[in-house]
Design a protein around this ligand. Structure first.
Ligand code: ADP
Length: 757
């Protein structure tokens, strides 16, 4: 709350004003004198009030060595300043013979790169404040301050203590937000004054340079803003030929704009102590007085000291608050991560119990999006709205994270669900798989009490084309309602989200490793099983052959000595062994396929299917009865043509076999996409089909027919069979990484679909 700036409407003048070199005013406040010295301690520049304060004219001092004013001992002490770093203050108590009497002065010395600046303020006391009196003044204040447990009590106590020490009419503690606007967070004041507590001030009230100066020299004192500033003589520093840098001068005159700003508030005397946290300007202790208010150098020193204590205590208090919350988040987080990493289905563990997912970033709603499936938790927008938010936010994500506390301002469509999601935190877990977690926070309607209209922080008056700035005059309370905004997301909450992401990625990766291992084991045991099945069925064939042969011999050579029952038994043995051989052959074929290496080559399906139809027709005397149609030319596909031939052959055979219509037909074709496929496969591969007008398949058998030895009919019906054809077809399709399924209507017909990748 120091100096007003610019009209927000005028960016050009705002920039100009921000550039105004307030550290080079060429003048100081009149309650002290300033001497600028060169490295030989000769006075090169003085303030033009030396006569009034020191009883010496400018010409008596300019160009003279410092010992023309101070005794040798004092000069030697001051000379030590040159051995210190630039910008470090040294304080002395000096006495000077003024107006024929000894007058004590507080002498504050610091140096720039090339000039030593001495600032002298008349002092009542002869000696510097003793350690004991200093201790007495501050120790009680510090003890009380340290006892407070929460930040607000702490700041209020600080304001009261500072007011007690300084006796200013009002002491406020002013805190900056991250955009530079500030608010009064604690206050101690004369009872009759109106409260400023809770008022906000626009960022434009304190220009950038003033902030920077506060960061460097933590105390600013102006006992009387109505007093006329005194110029330096000569105006420019003769050593540098530039205006003297008064950044760290305690007497630096106050910028006219700043004076006007305070005067508009009815303030005459000010003391401002900067509060620094982690090298950033956290806020200010700002003391106001309605009449001139002098404060001795010692008292200011005490205030500066308190400012430092408050700054360090502040770091501690703010951090403590933050830390407590961070510890809570961390423990929630690790408990959460542990439980999802141990769960069989980590996605379930992510959303159950619901509260855990919300608490990990203190949200009121969340959505977990895995591919296209969205699960909502807590208070959230509707699924379609969440889907649209993801689409929109996807481009905004940086480092897998996007967070805003005012979604409606960035994404106007979200006004419709501001009550649930004015705040959004979106975490991308995988881009490829489209895995996201979204957290939502509701709108929090706040009333901000500004000290005057923040949009008129500075009025600009134009005279003859020149822009001049004047600070706003009204400090009347001006209310603004902040809508479409949620509580902001804290840094530690964003960290918590990222930690969760890392854990999930880790879990997914280790699950993928596990899966790969299981797959490898499975493949190995599949191979072993296939070779066992092959060996077993191969070996079974030999004794079977023996049974068949001996039964046939018995039938042929001993028919006359066997009775009718025995002959019938033998005939059954022969037919059973024939059937068993068929079964074993089917098993053998399947086992062979289990070990098969695909020999893929580009295969023109038109040729493949046509040859097959020719063979089919040649082998069937009733072939003229069958109508086989191919509505459009078939594509060329990379596949094992021998095996695919077997697929079509089985399907076509079945199509006519399980058909009781007078006019039987089969259609062979392909589609480019199918709803069922779209669900399961991302890229489009042709879907082949074999359609018939046969007997159809009951719904509950549409999966089981692909099992080995599964038949839906008795032996004798539909020309018999062992129920292995479709199992072999499925195996071949799967060897090509494809899928097979059937759609059917009883009595109307069936369509077998399959894909090959
Ligand atoms: P099989 O024809 O030797 O019995 P498959 O494995 O080829 O063995 O078929 C399994 C069962 O699926 C058949 O017994 C039949 O009941 C049914 N099926 C196969 N194709 C069709 C079809 N096109 N129409 C109706 N039913 C069929």
């Amino acid at each position: 709350m120091s100096q007003s700036e610019d009209n927000l409407a005028s960016t050009a003048s705002l920039t100009n004003h921000d550039r105004k070199p307030i550290h080079l005013p060429g003048s100081i406040q009149p309650h002290g004198v300033l001497l600028a010295l060169n490295s030989q301690l000769h006075i090169v520049q003085v303030s033009s009030n030396t006569q009034e304060i020191l009883g010496k004219s400018i010409s008596e001092l300019l160009g003279k060595p410092l010992n023309s004013l101070l005794d040798t001992q004092q000069v030697e002490a001051i000379a030590q300043c040159w051995t210190k770093k630039a910008g470090i203050y040294t304080n002395y108590k000096v006495f000077i013979n003024t107006f024929n009497r000894e007058q004590y002065f507080d002498c504050i010395a610091h140096r720039t790169e090339d000039t030593l600046i001495l600032e002298l303020e008349p002092s009542e006391s002869q000696s510097e404040l003793s350690f004991l009196s200093f201790h007495a003044l501050v120790s009680e204040a510090i003890a009380d301050i340290q006892k407070t447990s929460n930040l607000s009590d702490f700041l209020h106590l600080v304001a009261s203590q500072v007011r007690e020490i300084t006796a200013f009419d009002r002491v406020v503690i002013y805190q900056f937000d991250h955009e530079g606007a500030g608010s009064v967070v604690a206050e101690a004041k004369r009872e009759d004054l109106p409260p400023y507590l809770g008022l906000h001030y626009p960022a434009t009230d304190i220009p950038v340079q003033a902030r920077n100066l506060y960061k460097r020299g933590i105390l600013r004192f102006a006992p009387n803003l109505t007093a006329t500033a005194v110029k330096l003589v000569p105006l420019d520093n003769p050593i540098t030929q530039q205006p003297l840098d008064l950044s760290l001068s305690v007497l630096r005159s106050v910028d006219s704009c700043c004076i006007e700003y305070y005067q508009n508030m009815g303030i005459t005397g000010i003391l401002v102590i900067a509060l620094i946290q982690d090298q950033k300007l956290w806020g200010l202790i700002s003391c106001h007085h309605h009449t001139p208010q002098h404060l001795s150098h010692e008292m200011r020193q005490i205030c500066a000291f308190l400012g430092r204590i408050v700054s360090s205590e502040l770091t501690h208090k703010v951090n403590e608050l933050e830390l407590d919350y961070q510890v809570k988040l961390k423990s929630l987080q690790s408990e959460f991560i542990e439980s999802i990493s141990q769960a069989d289905n980590f996605i379930d563990a992510l959303i159950k119990p619901e509260i855990r997912l919300l608490d990990v970033v203190s949200a009121s709603g969340a959505a977990v999006c895995l591919d296209n499936e969205i699960t909502l938790v807590g208070t959230t927008p509707a699924i379609e709205q969440v889907r649209a938010v993801i689409e929109w936010a996807d481009d905004q994500i940086k480092d897998n994270l996007f967070a805003t506390n005012s979604l409606p301002q960035l994404y106007p469509e979200s006004v419709a669900f501001k009550d649930t999601a004015s705040g959004l935190l979106l975490l991308r877990i995988s881009q490829v798989r489209r895995y996201y977690i979204l957290w939502f926070r509701p709108e929090v309607i706040q009333t901000v009490n500004w000290a005057g209209n923040p949009n008129q922080a500075v009025q600009v008056t134009e005279v003859d084309g020149t822009v001049s700035l004047s600070p706003r005059k009204s400090f009347a309370k001006w209310q603004q309602t902040v809508r479409l905004t949620s509580l902001p997301w804290k840094e530690c909450e964003l960290d918590s989200a990222i930690a969760l992401r890392n854990a999930i990625v880790g879990i997914v990766l280790s699950k993928a490793d596990e899966l790969a291992k299981i797959n490898r084991d499975l493949e190995r045991s599949n191979r072993q099983l296939a070779s066992f099945a092959y060996a077993a069925s191969h070996d079974l064939k030999e004794p079977l052959r023996g049974i068949y042969n001996y039964s046939t011999i018995l039938l042929e050579d001993y028919a006359q000595i066997l009775d009718a029952d025995a002959l019938e038994c033998l005939e059954t043995v022969v037919s059973l062994s024939v059937r068993m051989e068929t079964l074993i052959n089917a098993l053998l074929r399947l086992a062979q396929l289990g070990q098969a290496q695909l020999r893929k080559q580009p295969t023109d399906f038109n040729d493949l299917v046509n040859e097959l139809i020719d063979v089919f027709r040649a082998s069937r005397p009733d072939a003229h009865l069958f109508n086989i149609r191919i509505p459009q030319p078939l594509p060329t596909v990379q596949c094992d043509s021998v095996l695919v031939n077997e697929v079509f052959s089985n399907l076509i055979t079945n199509a006519f076999k399980y058909n009781d219509k007078a006019e039987q037909w089969v259609e062979i074709g392909y589609l480019n996409s199918h709803p069922q496929q779209r669900k399961q496969q991302s890229s489009v591969t042709p879907i082949f089909y074999v359609r018939d007008n046969g007997i159809g398949i009951p719904e509950h058998h549409r999966e089981t027919i692909f099992r080995l030895f599964k038949r839906l009919h008795s032996q004798e019906k539909y020309g018999g069979g062992v129920g292995a054809g479709l199992a072999i077809v499925k195996k071949i399709v799967e060897l090509h990484n494809g899928q097979i399924w059937v759609e059917s209507t009883l009595g109307i017909g069936s369509t077998f679909y399959f894909t090959l990748e």
